[in-house]
Design a protein around this ligand. Structure first.
Ligand code: CS2
Ligand code: MG
Length: 422
């Protein structure tokens, strides 16, 4: 009898293993208003998990990494073994880290969490420990070439119910500036074409302009709205101190990416000389890239995104480390982070105590023809919804209607022609 029971159990195990076995991993590149890369993982019992692999300006590199290397290695594996697959793809390739590798790994990881939620019939946040809050504070972008246009944009954002807003304006003397459009159209940084557009940057002009712009917006909105500003990697640490000191009276929620932070210790100077809250991390893709920023508390907010930092599994490790040092999570969420990654971020956000705020730039209406999401926005807060998994599906027929179009992020040079950070 025990043998038969034994046989039953071993058969049961095999059947169970077979049903969670990955039978295919497909890559979908689509361009509903802008390029997105999505991975679709399917199991033997027909469960489908979706992952975002979009890397603005390098989409095809990630698509190739997935198609040529990760997808073949996924087929036949147990979809339940999320951490093991992550470790296989991180340690099993010898060459580690970097935006392309980690976006590809992140997409697979996100898709496997989606599958696990669907297999168990629960939203992913329940798998991550359940809700620690009712909803997630969010912010969006207000932009204006000049102050009147920026005030109008801020008013429009506040009228939509946001209580936190990122403000970016033009800079006198510069033709194009990060984050700002001259017209009413939404800002999309990647320009279609065979190469990057070139912008001129002038730090002096920016430093003369930004403090007065931010003071004027604080005057315009009053004390109760959270104001954020993205410096976008443009300053030296000394210049960042100058800006930080100048805007302390504005009581910003944060200054973002005040200086390139590959050399993490450079933030010590900024941290020591200004009290303005600092947010960094959207261009980082592993905990090791921001470990010093966190453990020395050189920042207040870590901005790594699910799609660019190894998926849900790795983002949680970054946020768990950050919690120990009272650094809060505030993931990147522009239009080039697809609704899949945004949804995944919201599942993490609902279940992570030191999660502070989610960037939500919003999407072109064409995007919702391809990505059907269940997250909701209300009165300045987001919620991922309670559908099993991540709550996002991809309409593959619609995706096929929007073929990839080559597009590149701009580059920036100083007035003397020297390359600088865009
Ligand atoms: C920006 C991004 O949203 C942000 O904080 O830094 O818009 C960034 O410029 C883009 O994601 C680049 O693709
Ligand atoms: Mg940014």
């Amino acid at each position: 009898m025990p043998c038969r029971a034994q046989t039953d159990r071993s058969t049961e195990k095999n059947v169970n293993a077979m049903s969670n076995t990955i039978v295919s991993a497909d890559v979908i590149v689509t361009s509903p208003s802008r390029n997105y890369v999505t991975v679709k993982v399917t199991t033997a019992d027909g469960l489908v998990g979706w992952g975002d692999a979009t890397l603005n300006g390098r989409e095809l590199s990630v698509a190739s990494y997935l198609r040529d290397h990760l997808a073949p290695a996924l087929v036949g594996r147990d979809a339940d073994r999320i951490e093991d697959v992550w470790q296989l793809f991180y340690r099993g390739v010898y060459w580690r880290r970097g935006p392309v590798t980690m976006a590809a790994i992140g997409a697979v990881d996100t898709a496997l969490w989606d599958i696990k939620g669907k297999a168990l019939g629960v939203p992913v946040y329940q798998l991550l420990g359940g809700a620690v809050r009712e909803q997630i504070l969010t912010y969006t972008h207000a932009t204006g070439w000049d102050l009147p246009a920026l005030c109008e944009s801020v008013d429009h954002v506040l009228a939509r119910g946001f209580r936190a807003v990122r403000v970016q304006s033009g800079v006198p003397g510069l033709n194009r500036v990060y984050g700002v459009t001259r017209g009413a159209q939404a800002y999309e940084p990647a320009g279609r074409g065979s190469g990057p557009a070139e912008e001129t940057w002038d730090t002096g002009a920016y430093l003369r302009h930004a403090p007065q712009m931010l003071r004027a917006i604080r005057e315009h909105v009053g004390p109760d709205i959270d104001l954020l500003h993205d410096v976008h990697h443009r300053l030296t640490p000394t210049e960042a101190v100058q800006l930080g000191k100048a805007v302390e009276p504005v009581n910003l929620f944060w200054l973002e990416d005040v200086t390139p932070a590959e050399n993490q210790q450079l933030l010590r100077q900024v941290r020591a000389q200004t009290s303005v809250p600092l947010a960094i991390g959207e261009v980082f893709n592993t905990v090791w890239d921001c470990q010093q920023l966190i453990t020395e508390r050189l920042i207040d907010y870590i901005r790594t995104a699910v799609v660019h930092a190894g998926g849900i599994s790795h983002i949680r490790k970054i946020l768990n480390l950050a919690e120990v040092f009272q650094v809060k999570g505030a993931p990147h969420g522009p239009s080039d982070v697809s609704p899949i990654s945004l949804s995944a971020s919201l599942h993490v956000g609902l279940s992570t105590t030191n999660f502070a705020i989610q960037e939500y730039m919003g999407y072109d209406p064409l995007v919702s023809e391809v990505f059907r999401s269940s997250f909701t926005f209300r009165d300045g807060y987001l919620h991922p919804g309670d559908e099993p998994g991540l709550g996002v599906t991809v309409d593959e027929e619609a995706a096929a209607r929007f073929p990839y179009e080559q597009a590149y992020l701009p580059i920036a040079r100083r007035r003397d022609g020297t390359m600088t950070d865009w």
